[in-house]
Write a protein that binds this ligand. Sequence first.
Ligand code: UDP
Length: 253
Amino acid sequence: MARRKKIYEGKAKIMYEGPEPGTMVQYFKDDATAFNAEKKAVIEGKGVLNNRLSEFFMTGLTQIGVPNHFIKRLNMREQLIRSVEIIPLEVIVRNFAAGSMCKRLGMSEGTPMPRPIVEFCYKDDALGDPLVSEEHIIAFGWASQQDLDDMISLALRVNDFMSGVMLAVGIKLVDFKIEIGRIWENDFHRLIVADEISPDSCRLWDIETGQKLDKDVFRRDLGNLTDAYTEVARRLGVLPTNVTHAPKPTLIN
Ligand code: UDP
């Protein structure tokens, strides 16, 4: 089969040139990485689930007027997206303490935040994506003050939407990361949500049991990652009919 031109290959996704200018095809791989890619594995079916879940969340965001890159899903592992100029920041929103915030501030996991906390990390694998302040962002020209205000507003809207959607299916949205991109319209740009929204980039805990249904299952060897993501997809009603391309039949629920 003729392949599209590859633009970029990341840890969990590959970007291909899209069919029209201003578009790209985003392919979801089964590769999982953690701890700045020190831990790696191929998790069969993860890419298919994340493609579906990101479609589900981005479509919901579009329906409530939060601009994002998603155009349409093409197949089990690929979606058509708008190409953007990615801002080199990870935008993290925290509702409860977990992960690096616990380490940095000595908080116990699960401590509720007084209000959602927005953090920025500079995207640089070699540096381990360090936490940066708004001062750094402006001084080093990664984004303008207006961009910063828009990023915070987008991140909080995504947080409200995602928290509500998850609460409805008995899941607590502990924290998540989004990436934001610029699209140019004549001489002006606006910011839209890009990359992906999936259990790879969120912390999701079952409200009743506290069971982790996100990438911490892989980070901490807590069980089968595909089972955890399948449970999230099942609760949201977005289970694909055939999770993998595995030759053997796969029981999915
Ligand atoms: N996150 C992510 N990619 C990264 C770093 C963090 O998707 O490169 C997500 C992570 O899954 C969690 C949130 O951002 O939902 C906050 O992560 P944290 O800063 O606690 O870092 P970690 O514990 O993952 O090192």
